[in-house]
Design a protein. Structure first.
Length: 496
């Protein structure tokens, strides 16, 4: 009996041992066959899994925030604002025919001019980050613009008065400097071109004056154009950004600055915009040395090519930038570029649209000769252009009126009218009326626009305009070059 019991125990332990061995083998095979990402997703093929870049969400941003916060500063500014009295009055008839009768805003300013204006101090808050031990700080131009006094507060509570070293309104970037006796904590600048949509980012700043606030999110989009300026190229993020965050840094998970927090959408939630740090890095030395940014200039007005315009010009694609105007005496004019040309390449770089053209030309050194590839009347040409520096920024007589075409009526431009409108000559015809819902209205033509060309033919007088329009009256569409203020653009008018 006792021997039987021993045999049963031996068999039991043998089975248990075999079960444990089999379990270990299965576990070992499973470890080879399967790989697990930190998000809990399984990949059946170990080799395939090894090619997947592991994206982890940190359990906490605390260590990162603690390391980065010392380089982030609070910026408070004070500026003098003039207000009150009647100095800011505007004509109540603005936009109506009575406005001209009364002489516009100036009439009301003169009439009420004896009432004194009042000056007061306006205070605002923003953020910034230290980029050198010498005390240079990046922030937004709109944070320090027209400031009488700039006060920088470090994370340790120390305060310093700052001096503006350089500003660039077009990119909304400013470089300021403080004088500190000890070395300062410095933020490391990263590579904004390397970040991808979906990457984690951390914003640190002073929203609503709440110092050293840390928020986290992801990169929602890149290359955003939001109408803030000619060189828009924003990083969009859902990391919370609010008033007061302006000028503060946007970090990647390596602790490198990839953007300068700049803008938000009013009433929007989870939508913030940051200037790529690569853009700031490119102009940093100019801000230090010159106090401003000097950009390249061709001397042209350009617009994107719509499907309608491409059809009228006989172009197969909408790629490139259409020349709406060439400024007399400027580089493009000297090189032989003409209105209606399409720029498709600059020094080997493809030009997809006007936004790309502006960025490429702005980055060209002043004085450099560049190769510009254009399309003119279906033929590709290459011209040499020497880039220059981008420049800073009456009574109408009764005239003859022309016949209505496409729902718009025009009249000749008299010398008095040309002087009143600031025109160099009476070239073109002026639009006096556009019927609501007409083809001209649909093409966004407005009263006081000046028609300069019709189907690529220059309009020198009312007679020329009427003659050309009479010849094309039966056509379904017409390509028109329009001047509105200082801007010129092409548009297509289509019969309804």
């Amino acid at each position: 009996m006792e021997g039987g019991r021993k045999d049963k125990k031996s068999r039991f332990f043998a089975v248990l041992l075999a079960f444990l061995i089999i379990t270990l083998v299965i576990s070992f095979i499973g470890a080879i066959r399967f790989s697990t990402t930190p998000m809990g997703l399984y990949h059946a093929d170990a080799e395939a899994a090894s090619t997947v870049k592991t994206m982890t969400m940190p359990l906490s941003f605390a260590d990162l925030a603690e390391r980065l916060k010392p380089a982030v500063v609070n910026i408070s500014t004070t500026k003098t604002v003039t207000s009150g009295g009647m100095g800011s009055l505007e004509s109540p008839f603005r936009g109506s025919p009575f406005d001209k009768f009364f002489g516009g805003d100036e009439f009301f300013r003169r009439f009420f001019g004896d009432i004194p204006e009042r000056q007061f101090k306006q205070r605002s808050l923003g953020s910034g980050f230290i980029i050198s031990k010498e005390g240079y700080i990046f922030t937004n131009n709109h944070v320090v613009e027209q400031a009488d006094k700039i006060l920088v507060t470090l994370s340790n509570g120390k305060e310093y008065e700052a001096e503006i070293k350089g500003t660039d309104e077009k990119t909304d970037i400013a470089l300021i400097k403080i004088e500190a006796k000890n070395d300062l904590p410095v933020a490391t600048l990263g590579d904004s071109s390397a970040i991808r949509v979906g990457d984690w980012v951390v914003a640190i700043g002073n929203p609503f004056g709440l110092e050293q606030t840390v928020t986290a999110g992801i990169v929602s989009a890149k290359g955003r154009v939001i109408g803030a300026g000619p060189y828009d190229d924003f990083i969009q993020t859902d990391a919370s950004i609010n008033p007061g965050n302006s000028g503060g840094p946007l970090f990647n998970l390596q602790g490198e600055v990839v953007g300068i927090n700049t803008a938000i959408i009013a009433k929007g939630q989870g939508i913030g915009f940051a200037i790529p740090i690569n853009m700031a890095r490119k102009i940093m030395e100019q801000l230090k040395d010159k106090g401003k940014v000097i950009r390249g200039w061709l001397g042209v007005s350009v617009q994107d090519i719509t499907e309608d315009i491409a059809e009228q010009l006989g172009i197969k694609t909408q790629r490139g930038a259409l020349i709406a105007d060439v400024f007399k005496g400027d580089p493009a004019d000297k090189a032989g570029i003409k209105t209606g040309d399409v720029i498709i390449e600059i020094d080997g770089q493809d030009v997809e649209n006007t936004h790309e053209l502006l960025k490429i030309v702005a980055g060209v050194a002043v004085g450099k000769e560049i190769s510009v590839k254009i399309v003119r009347n279906g033929k590709t040409m290459e011209l040499k252009v020497q880039v220059t520096e981008r420049p800073e920024k009456g009574r109408m007589a009764k005239a003859r009126q022309g016949q209505e075409y496409f729902g718009m009526t025009v009249q000749e431009i008299t010398p008095d009218m040309a002087e009143h409108l600031g025109l160099e000559s009476a070239y073109g015809v002026i639009v006096t009326e556009v019927k609501p819902g007409s083809p001209a209205d649909e093409a966004q033509i407005k009263g006081e626009d000046i028609i300069l060309q019709v189907n690529r033919k220059r309009i020198a007088s009312l007679e020329e305009y009427l003659h050309i329009m009479s010849l094309i009256e039966g056509e379904d569409s017409v390509l028109v070059l329009v001047r509105r203020g200082d801007m010129k653009f092409f548009t297509v008018i289509r019969k309804q």
